[in-house]
Write a protein that binds this ligand. Sequence first.
Ligand code: GLC
Length: 457
Amino acid sequence: MIDEAQTALEAAILYYQGEPIGTVAARDPEAEALNYDQCFVRDFVSSALFFLVQGKPDIVRNFLVAVLGLQSRERRLDCFQPGQGLHPASFKVEVQAGKEYLVADFGEQAIARVAPIDSCFWWLVLLRAYVKATGDLALAHRADFQQGIQMILQLCLEARFDLFPTLLVPDGSFMIDRRMGVYGHPLEIQALFYAALRTARELLLPDGTGKTYLEAAEARLSHLTYHVRKYYWIDLQRLNEIYRYKGEEFGDMAVNRFNVYPDTIPSWLIEWLSGTSGYLAGNLGPGQIDFRFFGLGNLMSVIVSLATGQQSQAIVNLIEQRWQDLIGYMPLKICFPAVEGQDWKIITGCDPKNIPWSYHNGGSWPVLLWFLTAAMLKMGRDDLAYKALEIAEKRLLPDQWPEYYDGRTGKLIGKEARKYQTWTIAAFLASKALLENPSHLALISFDEDLEVDACLI
Ligand code: GLC
């Protein structure tokens, strides 16, 4: 099965001027390509991790250089141009008059015109992984890379409309790139933002303007960490607090800072949690906690230590105790539970692709397997990682590497899932590689941040 997966991954490699530069999102001979014949920044991270552990860093280097070249560089006052510092969602190679060009999509072509806020964070996370795998710090220290990192920080750290340490983004600005009620301050963006800030701290040089950005990143890191750990956290104790919240508190001493009303606690949640489990909520904003469990945001929070050690342990407990809900017949649910009925109509805009328990709305995504593996290895629960891999292994090859699975427990191949989805293949290979050699975990993980932790106590 490994051989088949490797062959399929090789076949997905995209070439530019004779050099490998990325992987296309999917190669399904039976589905219309749309933009799946492009290299998505977020998708490539899964392939890249495997290439790095395989000792093939060139493709990753080429990708990092190419995407940096596509980063939006000009300061603009034009609403139809991407903001300075933004990275594209995807790119393709086009040939004009016999010459090859890279053409980027910042969301202006994408279905529903969604903005890829996560791309610049993934690029940074991958740059760090590349540096760790190869020792090629010189690449990150190159002037154009330093400038690129500073532009990302400028884009994210600049004061804007709200006064939160978390990042305010529109709906569908990350892996869930459709309308799913994930606008505002979704967890996945915050976990990636956190990882990006920590990466900047490692890779940004303190000379010239670098120092100012480093200081700003440092300050934001501690505010962001405190905010997410305290206000996104859900366990029985927190639920008890929220249940007895009073509303309409004004001023500094407010306990219920975001004016969340207890009636918003969904009834499924009370029984779903045990005394030892917990997780980070999907979103937090004025008058709102999104109590849905989001797979990638929670796993990334464990991997990069946005969650404390204790919180990470509780997230692992939740996955173990709610195995059937979150893993079932295919690891792992992108989001739990699905929104149904009137909620589905309002939240997804009657999206037929996001019907309950399908695609982003409670579907199961094999790409999350490697994130699960990494999180479990970090927490010393190799047994759970092996158990999940065994489940996925039975189906992925015979099912031809689907993009996602449907149904409450992931029994069905996704209604509109593409076959030969590259990050499904890469996730399987990366999980195998991580289990074989857990030291690769260091490419993507961060230890607990003692500096930030100290100022939070
Ligand atoms: C879907 C996914 C998105 C992914 C893209 C390409 O739109 O929601 O996360 O990047 O497909 O695979």
